[in-house]
Design a binder for this molecule. Structure first.
Ligand code: SF4
Ligand code: SF4
Length: 367
């Protein structure tokens, strides 16, 4: 189905709102929301006085070779403990994510925990080394273990036997009472196996965070709604996208540059771990990094045209900069209330869902 056909179909669901562009737009205007109005609506919160969360890529080394891996394995790099001390002392993060490569391979992991002691720490791991590192991992607020779907899909991307090793690690985490979240990337390719994965996560009583594969084309409206509804029906499952929260009726935002900074394993500071936008290097004056972050936010964090008529545009600002989920966002097409969770599930279910996921995410750094 073509772009305009799709929009017409959505328009038919909610004829109160004309779908942009209408023939009148061509005559009178080219935008539903003029830029001056946008400026008023979209306030940038830019670091000033904000508490910051940090994603810290301890090292680029890894013990797996996933087929979609983006790391440059030929020139491995890692942060020194001095770099970690600078991060803690210069930026005083209020929560931290140990990221990689594979963070459990980092030789000074114990010291890393000491440096950020008193700060909730999330670990994003492939799960392979959990049995060997469990004593240290116990100090974490939460552990995110990556999978790609069910066993066959996970093993086809991550390597033979990986699924079973991850599940063994999950059992161990649960035994120790550590908050455990499966992190699964989604795309068109694995959408149909996600209901079984969601049921499994619910049965295991672990969280399941669904995050888009950034190297794949975003889901269309039908795909996003399917996923949103699936997540809402299962305990502990959520779609880690700004527009999922909007669909649930809650304001949400992408923290990159405003409330999140990330340190790459060679000491560069960027707004988000997926970004290459250079804000500075560890050791730079933190006020310069803050200024650069402000410039980043002002230059790049604007809603795209698709979102101009969404009531949540001022907070969501088209969501994740990298996943481009706005391309298939149900709210971008102004499909109206018929496509929000409140209309599908009712107030109590939605309220319960929001509260339970917020509880699960307390102190945790995700996406
Ligand atoms: S929403 Fe996307 S861009 Fe924003 S912090 Fe998360 S992963 Fe980064
Ligand atoms: S339409 Fe755009 S601004 Fe609104 S929720 Fe969707 S992605 Fe966010």
């Amino acid at each position: 189905m073509g772009y305009f056909e799709k929009r017409s179909k959505i328009n038919a669901l909610n004829p109160i709102y004309p779908i942009y562009p209408t023939p009148l737009c061509a005559l009178f205007c080219i935008r539903c929301t003029p830029p001056e109005r946008l400026k008023e609506l979209v306030k940038h919160e830019c670091l000033d006085g904000m508490k910051l969360e940090f994603v810290v890529s301890l090292s680029s080394t890894c013990n797996l070779s996933c087929s979609h891996c983006y790391l440059d394995k030929k020139s491995p790099a890692q942060l020194s403990t001095h770099d970690l001390e600078r991060t803690a002392n210069d930026f005083h993060p209020y929560k931290v994510n140990f990221f990689g490569g594979e963070p459990l391979l980092y030789g000074s992991l114990e010291r890393a925990f000491e440096i950020f002691s008193g700060t909730p720490i999330t670990i994003s791991t492939n799960g392979i080394l959990l049995p060997q590192r469990i004593k240290l991992v116990e100090k974490a607020e939460a552990v995110l273990c990556s999978v790609e779907g069910l066993e066959q899909t996970t093993d086809s991307i991550r390597g033979r036997g990986v699924w079973k090793r991850v599940m063994k690690g999950v059992d161990l985490l649960k035994e120790r009472g550590i908050k455990t979240i499966l992190r699964c990337s989604y795309s068109r390719d694995n959408l149909k196996e996600l209901p079984k994965l969601a049921s499994l996560a619910q049965k295991l009583e672990v969280g399941l965070m669904l995050f888009p594969r950034l190297d794949k084309f975003p889901l269309d409206i039908e795909g996003q709604l399917y996923l949103f509804e699936l997540a809402t029906k299962h305990d502990g499952v959520w779609v880690d996208q700004v527009n999922y929260w909007t669909w649930l009726g809650k304001d949400s935002y992408c923290p990159a540059g405003d409330r999140r900074l990330a340190i790459s394993c060679d000491g560069e500071i960027v707004p988000c771990q997926w970004s290459e936008y250079y804000l500075g290097k560890l050791g730079d004056d933190s006020s310069i990094v803050h200024e650069n972050a402000k410039t980043f936010v002002q230059a790049f964090k604007h809603p795209v045209e698709e979102c101009y008529r969404c009531p949540s545009m001022a907070t969501c600002k088209s969501g994740c900069l990298f996943s481009k989920a706005y391309l298939g966002c149900p709210l971008a097409y102004n499909a109206g209330e018929k496509m929000t969770a409140l209309n599908s599930f009712g107030y109590n279910v939605v309220r319960g869902k929001v509260d339970s996921i917020r509880g699960l995410l307390k102190g945790v750094v995700v996406c």
